[in-house]
Write a protein that binds this ligand. Structure first.
Ligand SMILES: [Ca+2]
Ligand SMILES: [Ca+2]
Ligand SMILES: [Ca+2]
Length: 197
């Protein structure tokens, strides 16, 4: 008799577990459907698939105190993304006052990081050909010739704005996920400072 009762108990238990697991399966299915519909709705996240990952990484590092508050961490550098706009030279001065420099894009990873997280604005970077036309220089002395370039189509074009105002300062172009444009240095744009850790 004891054996029969035990078997009954076991059978009831198994059926309970089965019900529970099919409930879990249904929940998972529903979640999958939700994620699918979200992907369709939030085009911003679809356009910037890596943004959340980078934000999470940056958040983890900011807990370690490696970067100042309001600066993001990525691959050995802290970055400050301004929300205020300044002409290129004043942006450069601002970064230097924070013991940093305007962003220097050293490799494809760094470029990829910014094309994933940029808000839709122009941002000054630490590239200029003010001294000699088409002799591009990075603000920290990084060699322009031996590092990769990510100019937008048809750039740099040294566009003439009239009255001898041409384009000698490099920026992330808002229309093309951060590919580079040469622009007029006196125009106030947002900018990015970089500080190696
Ligand atoms: Ca860099
Ligand atoms: Ca130029
Ligand atoms: Ca241009």
């Amino acid at each position: 008799l004891l054996f029969a009762v035990f078997t009954m108990f076991l059978l009831v238990l198994i059926s309970l577990v089965n019900t529970k697991s099919s409930q879990v399966n249904r929940d998972v299915q529903e979640l999958k459907e939700m994620i699918k519909s979200l992907n369709g709705t939030y085009t911003f996240e679809t356009a910037y698939p890596a943004k959340q990952k980078y934000m999470l990484i940056s958040l983890l590092y900011s807990f370690s105190g490696r970067c100042p508050p309001d600066w993001d961490f990525f691959s050995g550098s802290c970055y400050f993304m301004s929300t205020a706009s300044r002409p290129w030279h004043r942006a450069k001065d601002y970064c230097e006052s924070k013991e940093a420099h305007l962003l220097v894009v050293n490799n494809a990873n760094e470029q990829q990081y910014f094309s994933s997280i940029l808000e839709p604005y122009h941002y000054w970077i630490g590239l200029s050909d003010t001294e000699e036309e088409m002799e591009w220089k990075w603000v920290d002395g990084t060699d322009y010739r031996t590092t990769p370039h990510f100019w937008d189509d048809g750039q740099p074009d040294n566009w003439n704005w009239g009255a001898d105002h041409t384009e000698d300062c490099g920026s992330f172009h808002r229309y093309s996920y951060g590919r580079w444009n040469d622009d007029r240095c006196t125009t106030p744009y947002r900018f990015i400072c970089e500080k190696e850790t």
